[in-house]
Design a binder for this molecule. Sequence first.
Ligand code: COA
Length: 525
Amino acid sequence: MTTNREAMLAKIADLDAEVAKAVAGGGPKYVDRHHARGKLLARERIELLVDEGSAFLELSPLAGWGSDFAVGASVVTGIGVVEGVECLITANDPTVKGGASNPWTVKKVFRAAQIAEENNLPTISLVESGGADLPTQKEIFIPGGRLFRDLTRASARRQPTIALVFGNSTAGGAYVPGMSDYTVMVKEQAKVFLGGPPLVKMATGEESDDESLGGAEMHARMSGLADYLAQDEYDAIRIGRRIVARLNWRKPYPPSSATEWRDPDEDPDGLLDLVPTDLKEPFDPREVIVRICDGTGPGNERPFDEFKPLYGSSLVTGWARLHGRQIGILANAQGVLFSEEAQKATQFIQLANQIDVPLLFLHNTTGYMVGAEYEQGGIIKHGAQMINAVSNSSVPHLSVIMGASYGAGNYGMNGRAYDPRFLFSWPSAKSAVMGPAQLAGVLSIVARAAAEARGQAYDEEGDAGMRAYVEQSVEEQSLPLFLSGMLYDDGVIDPRDTRTVLAICLSVIENAPIRGADGYGVFRT
Ligand code: COA
């Protein structure tokens, strides 16, 4: 029999193989050609841009997974530390279709812009793109305009925007440097024009060349679109770092309690053993908490101060520290959420808002309890209270989907639609409106009743085939690679990295003031 650890390691190996596809970009042919032109790859540019030895939290690396487009969607996005400042970084991958933006690229870049907005981060765009992916232009041209709007609105919010232009940045793409606060262009490489020589010839009959239309020298000396002329890519990165160093960037908080912390009391490696291969079996989330939160020590006498431990025990709530920062945790324990759990969550979320403390949601739920007894007991009303509290809570939320995240449980536990600041999945995660077997069964019951109502005999053989097909496709669509491909999370992570990833996120969210909600929707009683 496969152990939990073996199953998790196999899923992590699958995940690594898919992430490797994103890292490989357009493949050896295009990567070699790019290097032979003396250019750096997107990830190499990022590595040189961020502070030496600092972590880069890549976001949405699997965007576009399962679609016709390359995994990663021809752009790299993430958060990196530049001159001590946490910045949102985007970098076109010119080895994938010339760095052209497809529908997934657009979704991924919008998500990155949302992260910069909510967390008050400067944005650095590393530009080299063939613009819109022309075969899919109908899906991106109109919504894609938001990219430029987002850049100038970021500037209006005093969130600095910096464009380092390494290559092509034509047509709409020209508005990336156009709308940025600071622009750097690489000599003899940057090409920034509204229309290239062939288009100009067609439009006006004028003969022109790349350099006079949009070269870095021209923009630095004549148009003024380039603030800095970089001698080469390394120089552009150096100048970009100097720009950030001069932003006078200050976090609203002193690095108070976050300066000291202790490693978890239990080895995070044990997280690999926790999640049962069959998600119907529950597991104790306290075993997760003790492996991702700060361990016992001065000022942290108990790593987890559980709140209301005797009430609504299918949801664990309480306070902990993670890299020195206090967080409130809501974690599913037994899968199902009953009225007590929903009410406990509602109270706990309000408590965190009263004291301006971020919340961490650890998902493993099959949803709210169904059945006459529970409906009569007001399960909808109580679930609505929880969803009200989650929706109107204004402290930052982090979500990790560890196992199941089904039905309205996904909403109450702060799924994607409820805008957690960051949401990551473990390779063991599964999300859908309900479990695949239940969904197929419901469809079958509905179809059988419809046939009866029409006075027709029910096609039993067809029913079996339909159930098997639906079950399999819902199962596939519930898996984290698929959901991450659709940008329904910010990435699938190895459980052992959870603490580090959350610590980075908690540091990032401190770029914006943290203040709990002053009001909620009407709590139905
Ligand atoms: N849409 C779809 N595919 C594109 C594309 C775009 N905008 N730009 C490039 N590609 C494809 C190419 O067709 C080529 O595909 P293939 O290798 O499968 O044949 C691949 O990407 C690489 O392009 P290539 O021209 O060989 O790369 P390059 O590095 O020499 O040049 C560009 C890159 C971006 C300068 C060049 O491809 C170009 O000018 N593209 C069109 C730019 C444009 O006008 N875009 C419209 C703006 S809205």
